[in-house]
Design a protein around this ligand. Structure first.
Ligand SMILES: [Zn+2]
Length: 326
């Protein structure tokens, strides 16, 4: 393959002998140029310029430089595509694994719910037993995603509705609800209705927890069921220190921030909850929480647990911070 650089050098030094034309494969023109002194020099100069502009190339082939470049580009493109394909395959595998896991999990829930009898279901606690069992599983296998929880709640609710529907048309049940059983049956129904509402609220509470917002650490009800009692900002800390170790606003973009601790009363169960909020330039009860703990017990059974954000960054006010550490 012919090199453009070689051709240009040949044309520059030996152009009046037509050597570049011989090199490029134009033998006939080469001989004419050789005999006419590069076409009275002018032809050699024109060839020299044409080599630069690209209008003169090797006879019947391409430049070596261009061929090499094209080959390299093709190789790079192939490598990129192979990498992309490998990545896509890996993602596919991951998606499949997740799907399998989800399906297995859903099967487990469906089995569990299928084993709850209609009678148990009408006793309002049975639904909670199911959710409790799932919760135990959650503790063993790690947290459930919002989707998984939503699925669980939907399946439980569907089952209850289905059973209620069935009981409404069940003659045995109708007969059982005689005058003396009527009050008890009504009460059970009311309790069940209350539990459905409560479960709805707990669902919202779990969402609050996922969004790092406040929830009742006793009954798991969401933030709007809570009443603010009191709160207090912690110590203010400079974000960066100066080179000499001192801390003030001479360091670029420096600012002070502080955490916030707040106390809340649950309007539903009467429990008190303490919330630790993230460091912020404007610390307040509205800043995201990193820790939510039970302070005083509420009434009834406890559904929620204390919560702490594992990924939280603790600021040490005695140590210097990131910038200017050298
Ligand atoms: Zn509560």
């Amino acid at each position: 393959m012919k090199s453009k650089t070689t051709a240009i050098l040949l044309c520059f030094f030996l152009g009046i002998l037509g050597i570049h034309r011989f090199y490029l494969g134009y033998t006939k023109i080469g001989i004419i140029q050789f005999l006419t002194g590069g076409g009275f020099v002018i032809w050699a100069i024109v060839d020299f310029l044409r080599l630069f502009t690209g209008s003169l190339g090797p006879e019947g082939s391409v430049w070596k430089e261009e061929a090499e470049k094209a080959a390299q580009e093709a190789a790079e493109k192939a490598a990129k595509e192979a990498e992309k394909a490998a990545k896509a395959a890996e993602e596919d595998e991951k998606r499949k694994e997740e799907r399998d896991k989800k399906m297995e999990w859903e099967r487990e829930i469906n089995d569990k719910i299928a084993n709850v009898s209609a009678k148990e279901l009408l006793e309002s606690t049975s639904m909670l037993n199911v959710t409790k069992e799932i919760k135990k599983k959650e503790e063993a296998d790690g947290n459930l995603s919002i989707e998984q929880r939503t699925y669980l709640e939907r399946v439980v609710r569907e089952k209850i509705e289905e059973e209620e529907q069935r009981l409404r048309s069940d003659k045995e049940f109708q007969d059982a609800v005689t005058a003396e059983d009527f009050e008890a049956a009504k009460e059970r129904k009311i309790a069940l209705g209350k539990e459905i509402v409560a479960e709805e609220l707990r669902k919202k509470g779990r969402k609050c927890r996922d969004l790092e917002r406040l929830f009742c650490t006793w009954c798991m009800f969401p933030d709007h069921c809570m009443e603010f009692v009191e709160g207090e900002a912690g110590d203010y800390i400079w974000e960066y220190r100066n080179k000499d170790g001192s801390k003030d606003k001479r360091a670029k973009d420096n600012y002070q921030s502080a955490g916030y601790r707040s106390e809340w009363l649950c309007k539903e169960c009467g429990a008190k909850t303490t919330v630790q909020h993230d460091m912020n330039k404007h610390p307040s009860k509205d800043v995201k929480a990193w820790k939510v703990t039970l302070n005083t017990n509420g009434s009834g059974e406890r559904f929620a647990e204390d919560w702490v954000n594992d990924g939280v960054f603790f600021a040490d006010k005695n140590k210097a911070h990131h910038k200017g550490d050298n």
